[in-house]
Design a protein around this ligand. Structure first.
Ligand code: ADP
Ligand code: MG
Length: 461
């Protein structure tokens, strides 16, 4: 492939869109964007298959943004996702991509807090709706959500979507849309249920599949043979050796998750756990704290973490080897995102040789098996200082933007850009990360001062 073909310019996006992409640090297209965007922008129905972290959101969001009519007051695009957290993430990414055009309204309709406020804002003209299947169905059937002006329908994480509802639910929603529209389906895998769905919903779709093996070249994968009893100790040694800046530990069961969490606690290693019976707001905060590096370690099962955009993780540790190779790819796809180098560390039991072989065949390489004693010879990764998450009692509804907070902290409070971490603005509150040594200073400064001319409460989250 020649240099330059990965430039967003080559697919004909406007200069305003491209300038914003540069600001976001999207310098070149990922493979699904490179191969998908020309087809998506041509208006064809589309099936995109690529694993987690490959940039599928931008592929469809840029397609949507390119054909939005800002003057039209009805929703023009609907993105259906399988979980609330995902709805938030897709909304966030779409908003960032839409920054080039002021006034683009992207609305999450996924149940939960303040939905009545959103219904009001829906009537004031939202361009793009992101929501969960059940919630969207309810809103269309009750006549609150008007889909008669819809131009684009996206089914994101389609394989998982069908676990949250039936094909009938999707068809029911579609029956409220114009026949003439662009329908896109994105998925990491294409099981038969999804193929069937696409046949009934899509018209002469173009399909792009990004070979998942192809994306794994930059992940450094290591396999350590251990007995069940050695696992806890092995985990601590591996963690101690690499001390990754951010690390996702996968277990095959909730029980194992709890065991690992307890183990880490006993060693005073700060960690978070994501499991399906956490309350929604706790899940959101957990993901924010992990994403902004306030906590280095997140312990998860596949069920709780599938599809979540946990970004740029420095290392994935498989405390248990996953039950199949697809899942393996899914898990380790969270490290080395968008072309950076990543690390996947695996513990396996002597009886799991055949699993190892299956994975090796699938990734088309020999799984590099090591003994724990060889660890010392391997190069560890340098890590950065830990951050702390602070809570601000204001959010999007107070028109707070990330720039306002960065400005207040770097210009007025005297922090360097490195001492300010990620900023998450939610509807009614926000979270910011600052380095541990600045916590007291920032809390005092923000509590005494104002943001956007208003006073807010600020404290440790
Ligand atoms: P997927 O939906 O395929 O799992 P996402 O759309 O969530 O993946 O993207 C994964 C991450 O990669 C996100 O943090 C996104 O901001 C980032 N990303 C997407 N496209 C690009 C790009 N062209 N350049 C750099 N980063 C990108
Ligand atoms: Mg996605």
């Amino acid at each position: 492939m020649s240099e330059g073909s990965k430039d967003f310019k080559s697919v004909g996006l406007s200069k305003a869109i491209r300038d914003n992409l540069k600001v976001l640090g999207y310098l070149e297209m990922t493979p699904i964007q490179e191969q998908g965007l020309p087809l998506i922008l041509s208006g064809r129905d589309f099936i995109g298959q690529a694993n987690t972290g490959s940039g599928k959101t931008a592929a469809f969001a840029l397609g949507i943004l390119a054909k939005l009519d800002m003057a039209m007051k009805k929703p023009q695009a609907l993105i259906i996702v399988p979980a609330r957290e995902l709805a938030e993430q897709v909304t966030g990414e779409t908003r960032r991509l839409a920054r080039f055009a002021e006034n683009t309204k992207v609305l999450t309709m996924a149940g939960g807090v303040k939905e009545h406020l959103k219904v009001k804002s829906l009537n004031q003209g939202a361009h793009i709706i992101v929501g969960t299947l059940g919630r969207i169905l309810k809103l269309v059937e009750s006549g609150v959500l008007d889909l008669s002006g819809l131009k684009v329908l996206v089914l994101d994480e389609a394989d998982r979507l069908l676990e949250t509802g039936t094909m009938k639910d999707i068809h029911r929603i579609v029956s409220f849309m114009p026949m003439k529209r662009q329908t896109m389906l994105f998925s990491a895998t294409l099981p038969s249920g999804i193929k069937k769905l696409s046949e009934t919903l899509l018209e002469d779709p173009a399909q792009v599949t990004i070979d998942s093996q192809h994306q794994l070249i930059t992940v450094n994968q290591l396999f350590f043979k251990v007995t069940e009893e050695e696992k806890p100790d092995a985990l601590l040694r591996v963690l101690g050796h690499y001390s990754p800046e951010s690390c996702l530990i996968f277990c095959n069961s909730r029980v194992a998750c709890n065991t690992v969490a307890k183990l880490l606690r006993s060693q005073r290693i700060d960690s978070l756990r994501i499991h399906s019976d956490l309350e929604q707001k706790d899940r959101t905060l957990t993901l924010i704290k992990f994403d902004n590096r306030s906590c280095r370690v997140l312990v998860a099962t596949d069920l709780a973490s599938r599809g979540l955009d946990v970004k740029d993780v420095s290392a994935v540790i498989n405390y248990d080897l996953p039950s199949d190779h697809e899942l393996y790819i899914h898990r380790i796809g969270r490290t080395a995102r968008a072309g950076q180098e990543g690390l996947a560390l695996n513990l396996y039991l002597p009886k799991e040789r055949s699993k190892l072989k299956a994975i090796g065949e699938y990734i088309k390489m020999e799984c590099p098996v090591m003994s724990l004693d060889e660890l010392e010879k391997l190069k560890p990764v340098a890590s950065k200082p830990l951050m702390t998450t602070l809570y601000i009692s204001g959010g999007r509804k107070d028109s707070i933007r990330p720039g306002d907070i960065v400005g207040a902290l770097t210009k007025d409070a005297g922090l360097t850009r490195d001492e300010v971490g990620k900023i998450h603005i939610l509807e009614v509150n926000s979270y910011i990360a600052v380095t541990n040594d600045k916590v007291g200073h920032v809390i005092k400064f923000l509590n005494e001062g104002k943001i956007k001319g208003k006073k807010f409460k600020v404290g440790k989250a």
